[in-house]
Design a protein around this ligand. Sequence first.
Ligand SMILES: Cc1cc2nc3c(=O)[nH]c(=O)nc-3n(C[C@H](O)[C@H](O)[C@H](O)COP(=O)(O)OP(=O)(O)OC[C@H]3O[C@@H](n4cnc5c(N)ncnc54)[C@H](O)[C@@H]3O)c2cc1C
Length: 420
Amino acid sequence: MANQRTVVVGAGIIGLCSAYELALRGVDVIVLDQGATFESASCGNAGLFSIGHYPLTKPGASWRGLRWMFDSASPLWIRPSFSPALMHWLWTFHTHCNQAHMERCMRTLCAMGWRTVQALEAMLDSESIDCLYRRSGWLDLIHDDANLDAAAHEGRALSPYGYRTDRISGAELRRRDGAYRDEVAGAIHYVDSGIIHPGQLVRGLAQALVKRGVEIRTNTTVTSLTRDGGGRCVGARLASGEVVRGETTLLAAGIWSDELASSAGVRVAMQPARGYHVQLEGVPQLPITGGVMRETFVAYNPMGSQLRLAGTLEIAPVGRPWMRKRMNALITGARRYLHGIAAGRVTQEWAGYRPCTADGMPVIGPVRETPGLYIATGHAMMGLMLGPVTGRIVAADICGEPQSIDEEVLASVRPGRLPR
Ligand SMILES: Cc1cc2nc3c(=O)[nH]c(=O)nc-3n(C[C@H](O)[C@H](O)[C@H](O)COP(=O)(O)OP(=O)(O)OC[C@H]3O[C@@H](n4cnc5c(N)ncnc54)[C@H](O)[C@@H]3O)c2cc1C
């Protein structure tokens, strides 16, 4: 495989981690990205390296979505539309929101979770990337007493996979960390996870790739995938008309992957789930670690001297202007849990898209009907965390190495499961 060329479309966390693992194996890699700077969801996310995270298709999630659909300030909002693609996606999503599907997903996600930590830590060590990574766990932060038991139950459900959680009372939480308000009832500590500065990770990884001889072309829009007369994918066509050729092509273009895949006759049906972040400077006491505020769905992460608040899930077509009231809901949602939010000065506001499949699982692997084409996308709320292990899976596929996870367990992320 060494010296054969792979064209990677997309320099988000998935494309870059894949490029990294391929470069380690001696593959000649070129990465193409339409952006000028790194600013996709991979940089704007909450930065929770939350191994063992549940997929979006939790039992009951579709009913909750339906209830919230008509409230555009709610954490999960679906912009009303009669688009057949959206209707089909919603119906498929609904049919996957059940316990049996979740258990299947968790087997795969948990197997990937342990490996992604190994892959991330090996990468950070050998490339000396400084991205504020700390294995400090994350907190499911609970405001209302009534929600403590359900949260603890969710945490305990991960113990068969070897993940540890710790129930912390409100008083103990405040003894450990003075950032939390007296009204907070307690927290579930997901001990094995970590927090990270996602932008510093992505930029650090891009620099490490360049040092390793990988070419990264920014400001380079791919308009279609190119096939030869036999239907094999042989590279990517750029807006300039140039074709960048390679023996293999990896499509890792986040929410834009579906459109590009369709140029090679392949469907990867996804919906864009927009999320927001706001960054605050001058919050008097930053929390020691990050987490998610259970009742308001706001994620928080201390990043240097700043606090990032992130969240909301808005299913709406790409390109619509973002909504002020949804951005503001992050600050309002955080005030109930953390001291001093009102004192914070806003330094950054951002919105971007999570690529979401209808069964809640990513799509990783070779496309059987189009030899030479590989896909890695659809990581929804887990792409930062699953990026490093996705890179290893992709590299093993492309280089013909055995996978470290059983193929039967990987079946729930393989492209073959998708409807034709
Ligand atoms: C608010 C928010 C909070 C989140 N929090 C977390 C978290 O705490 N933990 C976690 O694990 N995950 C989190 N996520 C999810 C995570 O950010 C995504 O799953 C992940 O970033 C997806 O990575 P990606 O590389 O697939 O896509 P992207 O980051 O979208 O990258 C795709 C890249 O492809 C490029 N591209 C697209 N089309 C073309 C084209 N035609 N030509 C060339 N280039 C192209 C784009 O410019 C982009 O750089 C969060 C997401 C959001 C929005």
